[in-house]
Design a protein around this ligand. Structure first.
Ligand SMILES: [Zn+2]
Ligand SMILES: [Zn+2]
Length: 388
């Protein structure tokens, strides 16, 4: 069914769908709530709207210092002194965006595309940027992937970030925006300034990743899988058709491929006995839980009874991964681990290795996510309607 649908011309464009996907409303300074900011135009003036009415134009050389007061929002610059009861909106008539500096607490100036709306939330300012989707994607890729990556890795990040933004439009619905700018959603520190990222975003324009039911995927990732990724239901007790275990040799020699941690033998055995009722008086059981080498990823420690989930051991002993072997060493046990992170979905170091060795971003995507498809977001509704 899907295959036949994918042959349909991608020129189909639903007007309503386009409007729905055009902009992203991002809550700014989510991780450090602010009481005072300075707003300036980015290479041009800004139109200023006070409580829904156009009130002034801020020259590009002028900066407005804005803070919460008891009964509203106060904005002051060289040329203006404005008070809003509910909201201030800034729009660049030339579509150039704005510059923003957090003054309490202080942070460096950032350049943002789109427009800015300020309101109040408790005693703090509520800042919401309305940013064109593709510019948002560029900013997130720069913040999340850094400056020195391969083009195919940037393209992979671009389709993942775009998919995330559209799949999570209701994540902050009660707060007046769609996604926040912190690690809770995707880090967004303003306009992208890296040419190769701009190119990667343009080359993947409008493309998103969907599962066989045309649902936007949750493109979850981790640092290094250690050689084998995990099924989603083994970590989060919810399965997804695209988050299934796969063997991965691309990350085996990358920076977070292995780790080691020593734990006192007494602490280890006491924990297993206390938390899981493991019989630590039985020498065979003790041998199994202190000398253990799985050939591939296990779900439970040494397959003893009662079962001890490795995912829980990872949490309780703050281990880098749930994929490790154990060797006794005097009064210690030494855990020799592989990988870093939960192991579900995309292995970042494996993906970077693949990009460096000439794989395309679609090959990388299909290596880590099973049964997924890339579609133009304008066609999502079309495929969904046909699938009903
Ligand atoms: Zn968030
Ligand atoms: Zn891997």
């Amino acid at each position: 069914m899907l295959r036949s649908l994918l042959y349909v011309s991608t020129c189909f464009l639903a007007g309503a769908a386009m409007a729905q996907y055009a902009d992203v409303r991002v809550g700014l300074f989510h991780d450090s709530p602010t009481r005072q900011v300075m707003v300036m135009g980015d290479r041009g003036p800004l139109d200023v709207w006070v409580d829904g009415k156009q009130a002034a134009q801020l020259a590009s050389s002028d900066g407005l210092v804005i803070k919460c007061t008891e009964n509203g929002i106060h904005a002051k610059s060289l040329a203006f002194d404005l008070t809003a009861k509910k909201s201030l909106i800034f729009r660049s008539p030339a579509g150039m965006g704005f510059r923003l500096r957090n003054m309490a607490p202080k942070s460096p100036e950032r350049l943002y595309p789109g427009s800015l709306e300020l309101g109040r939330s408790g005693g703090n300012l509520l800042l919401v940027a309305t940013v064109p989707l593709e510019e948002y994607v560029g900013g997130v890729v720069q913040a999340e992937a850094g400056k020195e990556q391969w083009m195919e890795y940037y393209k992979l990040q671009a389709v993942s970030c775009r998919t995330y933004a559209l799949a999570n439009k209701r994540r902050h619905a009660g707060e007046g925006f769609e996604v926040c700018d912190g690690t809770h959603c995707q880090v967004f520190l303003g306009r992208n300034r890296v040419d190769s990222i701009r190119q990667a975003v343009a080359l993947t324009r409008d493309l998103v990743v969907v599962d066989p039911d045309i649902r936007l995927i949750h493109a979850t990732f981790h640092s290094n899988c250690g050689g084998e990724t995990m099924n989603a239901d083994e970590v989060w007790s919810k399965s997804e058709p695209y988050l299934v275990s796969t063997v991965d040799t691309f990350c085996l020699h990358e920076p977070h491929a292995v780790w080691e941690k020593s734990v006192s033998r007494t602490k280890w055995l006491n924990y297993l006995h206390k938390e899981y009722g493991v019989d630590t008086d039985d020498s065979n059981v003790v041998a199994s839980v202190t000398n253990y080498s799985p050939e591939c990823r296990d779900l439970f420690l040494a397959n003893i009874s009662p079962p001890v989930p490795l995912v829980q051991l990872r949490k309780d002993f703050k281990l880098r991964s749930a994929y490790f072997s154990i060797k006794p060493e005097g009064d210690m046990v030494v855990l020799h681990g592989r990988g870093f992170g939960h192991g579900v979905g995309l292995c970042q170091e494996g993906a970077m290795h693949m990009a460096r060795h000439g794989y395309t971003y679609t090959q990388i995507l299909h290596h880590y996510f099973a049964n997924v498809h890339l579609v133009k977001l304008q066609n999502l509704d079309f495929f969904r309607d046909k699938g009903d």
